[in-house]
Design a protein around this ligand. Structure first.
Ligand code: TMP
Length: 209
């Protein structure tokens, strides 16, 4: 039996990372074989690409270069980690995937959702998530959470102004419409335990929790 592929999306500071940490511990306790990973990153080559993309000094980076680097990191992570884990029967939980590129590069950077989808089609070769959880929160509240979290390092995209983050949210709305059958909207503006409970309830349809 193959594992399932779950991805987690949303604006900055939506709480995905915290929720995924709790889920990981809960699934471990239940003896469920799962792999928790992130994009860009999750394996050595993609973590190196992440450093290049998110480095605050790289202010000259062109938007298409940025989109291509995310797609390159995605490809390597997919073939080196995600697909082999799924083939071994493990469920994969990934913090961000293709929808981030569609919302951030496609819409907010203005490259076009369809254009960015097409370069990503080359990278993923038809491999889409079974389910995507979209963490719905006002970008302003998300950025406030980041500002209050001293441990979290600010990256190049966090430095963008509020209007960029509102554009990301608009981009996600279009992506959600495009992939209604795959994307589930989660209210991320509630206590973390509630967010975890909502996700677990949805997950029960796919895995024995
Ligand atoms: P995060 O690990 O804090 O989510 O940081 C990753 C950043 O990269 C975040 O600002 C979202 C951005 N991003 C894109 O713009 N496009 C992508 O395809 C991915 C995966 C992330």
């Amino acid at each position: 039996m193959k594992g399932k592929f779950f991805t987690f999306e949303g604006p900055e500071g939506a709480g995905k990372t915290t929720v995924l940490e709790i889920l990981m511990k809960d699934l471990e306790k239940s003896g469920i074989e799962a792999v928790f990973t992130r994009e860009p990153g999750g394996i050595q080559i993609a973590e190196k690409i992440r450093e290049v993309i998110l480095n605050k000094e790289h202010t000259e980076m062109d938007s298409r270069t940025e989109a291509l680097l995310y797609a390159a990191a995605r490809r390597q992570h997919l073939v080196e980690k995600v697909i082999p884990s799924i083939n071994k029967g493990k469920h994969v939980f990934c913090d961000r995937f293709i929808d981030s590129s569609l919302a951030y590069q496609g819409y907010a950077r203005g490259l076009g959702i369809d254009e960015v989808f097409s370069i990503n089609e080359f990278a993923i070769n038809g491999f889409l998530p079974d389910v995507t959880f979209y963490f719905n929160i006002d970008p302003k509240a998300g950025l406030q959470r980041i500002a209050n979290n001293a441990e979290r390092e600010k990256n190049r995209l966090d430095m963008e102004d509020l209007s960029f983050h509102y554009k990301v949210q608009e981009g996600y709305q279009q992506v959600i419409e495009k992939f209604q059958d795959r994307i589930i909207i989660i209210d991320a503006d509630q206590p973390v335990e509630e967010v975890v409970a909502d996700i677990k309830e949805r997950l029960r349809k796919h895995i024995d929790l």
